[in-house]
Design a protein around this ligand. Structure first.
Ligand code: GTP
Ligand code: MG
Length: 526
């Protein structure tokens, strides 16, 4: 019996909050160390073991060599902190802030040191991605290869949670029981190596416990300072924490307080982990959106496969950008992928309304009068009967949106059906939780036109390429052809400005041709 239960437990898919809880707890038992370039790994581990068992460790490069060490118990960290020193500055004065980010010095640098193996934390070069795709055997294979190359690795996920946990320690100096959790693409299953780290400062847990106990004749409240609005409070809190990160946060550089934005934030770079971080507060809906995407991404492997391909395609075609502007965002594109998959017959994934119908009492969630309820237990959602392959779906995605009546219909994942457009914005994607808002209201007519044009062109390329593989082609084919800095322009109207990268592309094509004239078996990986 016991065995059966174990088996059930391992096959049960984790809910979003179970996953977050487990990762956060793991991060709290972990430390970050900046190390000299060459280091005796075994000796270091032996040295650290004095403070307790180590369950996991890895090394990575980011402005020098760094190590992440996970102890099996939190107490080990206190013991290590007791044995560590604040450095003595000679020309500068150190601010004595004791954190879980350490610097390691070797007493005898020359002693039998060797290179350690580093885990890669950054996105591979485009040329290498395209080469890998050219060596795949089918479009389906290419899509899976792309996902494997770009998706967040186990180590990268650990590092993201550890970074949040380190920042949480700093924020906790003001609000002892606050939490800082990652959201957005770091946790929604759609993140790729190199994506930013969105952090959510949660102060709400602090108030939660106190409101329930009202027995007896007295009600004790905290004496607090009041400000005119919640936004005001958020700005004050983020302002102070931003200041603190700037002054005392080990490894936190380029701190910018962007407090007048629609959603106030502190942006900074965490140099040691290499992450660009956006810290927000009071942003519960965004966390709920991340959970929703997590559910869709975990339900059916085709969701992630398609979203990765489309997001990567859009980035390569400059349809999306790291700078905010009048273009589509990754968030909007992912919602479009979800909508398209809801519209297949039979559907690949259910509508948000059906996820809401599957919810139980503890899933109920209302945020600022918006109903954000949906099922959290993945096992309650029936698998899809749709059997289409990812390559068919990718081609169909481009065809579907290449011909979508954006002028009269809106995209609505709550219903899983298009609706009449409520206003005249070029593209209307209903915000799944704040249903009167359009998440793509920033997109202008010309960006939408570019999207439609490139979608049609891409559908065309994929159809033309059907059945073709590396055995016969001397040029990037299938998904690789879509990811070239500029899709080979088959239509008559060549647009100005799209030939800029042609030199780089030419070189790339030449190197691929050179390789494909060799024995293909010799160049194919695996
Ligand atoms: P990357 O481009 O890889 O960073 O994807 P991302 O999903 O992390 O997007 P981003 O960092 O821009 O935003 C983080 C999260 O904020 C998203 O996952 C959403 O949950 C939320 N978000 C972003 N843009 C919007 C928007 O326009 N409307 C709403 N409602 N939420 C948004
Ligand atoms: Mg992000």
């Amino acid at each position: 019996m016991g065995m059966r239960k174990d088996l059930q437990e391992t096959t049960k898919k984790k809910t979003f909050s179970e996953m977050q809880k487990e990762r956060r707890e793991q991060a709290q038992r972990s430390i970050l160390i900046s190390c000299p370039k060459k280091i005796p790994e075994k000796k270091l581990l032996k040295h650290l073991c004095q403070h307790g068992d180590i369950t996991n460790h890895f090394f990575f490069e980011s402005f020098g060599l760094h190590a992440v060490i996970e102890f099996s118990k939190k107490e080990s960290i206190a013991s290590l902190q007791d044995a560590s020193f604040i450095p003595r500055g000679e020309t500068e004065f150190p601010i004595p802030f004791k954190s879980r980010f350490f610097h390691l010095n070797l007493k005898n640098p020359s002693n039998q040191t060797s290179d350690v193996q580093c885990s890669n934390q950054s996105s591979p070069l485009n040329a290498n991605i395209i080469k890998a795709l050219c060596n795949a055997e089918s479009v389906e294979n290419q899509i899976n290869t792309l996902m494997k190359i770009l998706q967040l690795t186990e180590e990268n996920i650990r590092l993201r949670y550890l970074t949040c946990s380190l920042i949480e320690d700093i924020a906790a100096a003001y609000f002892p029981s606050c939490t800082i959790k990652p959201f957005g693409s770091s946790v929604n299953t759609f993140g790729k190596l190199g994506c930013d780290l969105d952090m959510f400062l949660d102060l709400d847990d602090i108030g939660k416990n106190s409101t329930t106990k009202t027995e007896g004749s007295f009600l004790m409240e905290y004496q607090v300072k009041n400000v005119p609005s919640e936004r005001w409070a958020t700005q004050k809190i983020l302002g102070v924490i931003g200041e603190c990160l700037d002054n005392f946060g080990p490894g936190c550089v380029s701190v910018q307080k962007i407090l007048n934005a629609r959603c106030p934030l502190v942006r900074f770079s965490h140099q040691a982990s290499g992450f660009q971080c956006d810290l927000t507060a009071n942003n519960r809906i965004a966390m709920k959106s991340s959970e929703l995407l997590y559910i869709y991404g975990s339900l059916d492997s085709r969701v992630r496969a398609l979203a990765f391909s489309v997001r990567c395609w859009a980035r390569q075609q400059s349809l999306t950008s790291s700078i905010p502007g009048s273009w589509l965002t990754n968030f909007s594109l992912t919602i479009m992928v979800i909508f398209f998959l809801q519209k297949r017959s039979p559907p690949v994934i259910p509508s948000l309304d059906s996820l809401k119908n599957l919810a139980d009492v503890k899933d109920k969630c209302i945020i600022d009068n918006n109903d954000c309820t949906f099922v959290s237990n993945l096992d309650r959602i029936k698998p899809s009967e749709n059997t289409e392959t990812v390559d068919t779906l990718l081609c169909q995605f481009f065809e579907y949106f290449g011909n979508f009546p954006f002028n009269k219909n809106s995209i609505n994942i709550r219903k899983g059906k298009e609706q009449n457009k409520p206003d005249s914005s070029p593209i209307y994607i209903q915000n799944p939780f704040e249903i009167s808002l359009n998440i793509s209201r920033n997109v202008n007519e010309s960006q939408l036109e570019r999207f439609v044009h490139l979608a049609r062109e891409s559908a065309w390329i994929l159809q033309e390429n059907k059945g073709q593989s590396s055995k016969t082609s001397t040029e990037p084919w299938g998904l690789a052809a879509l990811l070239l800095p500029s899709v080979p322009n088959k239509s008559k109207a060549k647009k100005a400005g799209r030939g800029q990268t042609s030199e780089a592309v030419k070189k790339l094509l030449e190197s691929i041709k050179a390789e494909s004239t060799k024995d293909p078996r010799a160049t194919r990986k695996k």
